[in-house]
Design a protein around this ligand. Sequence first.
Ligand SMILES: Nc1nc2c(c(=O)[nH]1)N[C@H]1C(S)=C(S)[C@@H](COP(=O)(O)OP(=O)(O)OC[C@H]3O[C@@H](n4cnc5c(=O)[nH]c(N)nc54)[C@H](O)[C@@H]3O)O[C@H]1N2
Ligand SMILES: Nc1nc2c(c(=O)[nH]1)N[C@H]1C(S)=C(S)[C@@H](COP(=O)(O)OP(=O)(O)OC[C@H]3O[C@@H](n4cnc5c(=O)[nH]c(N)nc54)[C@H](O)[C@@H]3O)O[C@H]1N2
Ligand SMILES: [Mo]
Length: 665
Amino acid sequence: MQIGHDDQGRERVDAVRGDPDHGYTRGSLCPKVNRYERTVYAPGRVLTPLLRAGPKGSGQFTPTSWDDALSLIARRWHAIRAAHGGEAILPVSYAGTMGLVQRNALHPLFHKLGASLLDRAICTPAQEAGWAQVMGDTPGPDPDDVLAADLVVLWGTNALATNIHFLHRVKKARERGAHVVLIDTWRQPTADHVDATHLVRPGSDAALALGLLHVLHGEGLVDHAFLDAHVQGYDVLARDVLPAHTPADTAARTGLHEATVVALARAIGRAKVPFVRVGGGPFRTGRGAEALRAMLALVTATGAWARGGGLFASTGTADAFDASSLLRPDLMPTPRPRVINLNRLGHALTELGNDGDDGPPVHAIYVSHCNPAAVCPDQNAVLRGLARDDLFTVVHERFLTDTARYADVVLPAPTMLETSDLYRSYGQFFVQRTRPVIAPVGECRSNWDTIRALAAALGFHDDVFGKTADEHIDAVLDVPSPWRAHLSRGSVDRAALDRGEAVRLTPPRGAFLTPSGRIELSPAHLGPPRAQPTWADLDDAARFPLRLQPAPALYRLNSSFAERDDLNDRLGGPALLLHPDDAAARDVDDGALVVAFNLLGETRARARLTTAVPRGVVVAEGVFTLAEAQGPTVNALLSQRLTDHGAGSTFSDNRVEVARAPEDR
Ligand SMILES: Nc1nc2c(c(=O)[nH]1)N[C@H]1C(S)=C(S)[C@@H](COP(=O)(O)OP(=O)(O)OC[C@H]3O[C@@H](n4cnc5c(=O)[nH]c(N)nc54)[C@H](O)[C@@H]3O)O[C@H]1N2
Ligand SMILES: Nc1nc2c(c(=O)[nH]1)N[C@H]1C(S)=C(S)[C@@H](COP(=O)(O)OP(=O)(O)OC[C@H]3O[C@@H](n4cnc5c(=O)[nH]c(N)nc54)[C@H](O)[C@@H]3O)O[C@H]1N2
Ligand SMILES: [Mo]
């Protein structure tokens, strides 16, 4: 960090740099955090509390004081609670900040209010569910293990955009002779950094995994010694499921050639140390958990786990710290309030409670570090809900996002350089404690300080609200969490953490933390993994022939960083990537304005014709604002349907049709 001073002598961030001594990043930053000072001082930052001064969505506000904003919110929440009960209030928060304290800051206050609970299932819960079904509490392998692999499979991950530090390691492994294969639904940018790319039909990953395993099994490439010692249920899988997954069947389901299926299976079966890195795409489908179970079956059958390989989905460090002193589940009323799924926010804000069955309608939401108007599926339903005059909406934000524009009250939020926190990761094993490097910009307050102020305004005096963020971090670190004792061979090096160093947690190897102590491929309650149709496989393919693939963009983090002109220039506006044949069939030229639509809505974007996208697929990279899209975005075409397990989002499982926009004719 390079700190200077502004003209009033206050400390100011001049530049942000990576830490060359950081054990995982080695000092390299992604393009977004490079120049992070431009986010801190972006012209659009919200610097004071704001009150709505126009219709919802118009973005018209007048500044107000913190005291007035807090007492207005307290008054409204007390009234809503008295009239409809606590469940009429809903906290909405997710990924804007990922630290232990600031991310979880809302829990004690909304438990105390008796508010509806939010199931934050928008990211990768099906993947987590699939992992837990097979591997139990076993943490993921170390991403550094890829360095020793002789075969690396990147399966549904655009590591160049979303996982740059892991890609550095893949490149190193490749320099040492590893063969690197990418399996995806389109030739995304990471394809330029691998030896072979295989394009599969969206949602066909379980079929591919089982088809590959069929070949391994038939050709004697399965590690029976490992299966006998460490695996439950392989025999059932081999007997009941594998026979149907012939190369011909696999080719028909995935779109790959039979010869490719066989060759890929042999490469996996003959590798000494195969390492599979999965991204989120394959699991944001109606059968997401089942897809991961099938992939785990494939990798497990090779015996890779015993040789330093395996399958990496996530480090699984969610339980590394016991944060109950902050989360305070004991403050929740009994019986527990109802649970609302973040993927079904559109439903929750427009239909829930209208028939009186599921509790009251939602009358108030408190949105923090989340931008549901932009990121949730079924955007039109979410926007209809946010536009309700009888919904009292508070948004704690750094910018006037699409969600904030619908707020009755906006509270100013900080950047990560203005807050204390304790960060863990789901991609590697380092943890880090941070303290503010500058004073909050304007009148911004951290999530936790805002919650404390709200608690005071509401008249809540529980001890949890008396502590500062740093005191909470100290308290969490003082608890000897079983996970940490087990995994880091002792506890975290507190002194190093307090100095701001990245400290590594060391995961165990060799033990499978399932009920049976074995990898469970066919537990009694689930049976063996199967390849079943996903949601979009069952939709009307004649009317909506194209499979929509929304994908993260290199120059944006979900909806974050839209404030950065330097990134926006490189990102370009909303675009739909189409195969030239699909475009020609629709009379669409490169650069034409097109409309993509299905039963849920429509969005406008520029067509980009590219053979990187196979026929029958349309790719939409990035999360854009309503202004950028000049109307609903691609999220208007994503359904609120959930995954098989984990109640996750099904972003990769939707159909659309594309046509030239009428105004382009
Ligand atoms: N630059 C940048 N980095 C990010 C993010 C961002 O928005 N921008 N988002 C962050 C977040 S919150 C997350 S969860 C992660 C996201 O990380 P991931 O969810 O892993 O996203 P991607 O790396 O794009 O990988 C998804 C890939 O899956 C492919 N895919 C989609 N459906 C299927 C399918 O059915 N089968 C197969 N085989 N592939 C499929 C897509 O084409 C895409 O290439 O990244 C994080 N990092
Ligand atoms: N089309 C499409 N939709 C997607 C995705 C996609 O790839 N494509 N990805 C999906 C995935 S995997 C995820 S995880 C979700 C993520 O969706 P979100 O959880 O909404 O994450 P962001 O879009 O990054 O928005 C976070 C907001 O938090 C604000 N913020 C940052 N720091 C703080 C803070 O300290 N305090 C407060 N109060 N606010 C803060 C930022 O300004 C930003 O507006 O999006 C999902 N939606
Ligand atoms: Mo995510």
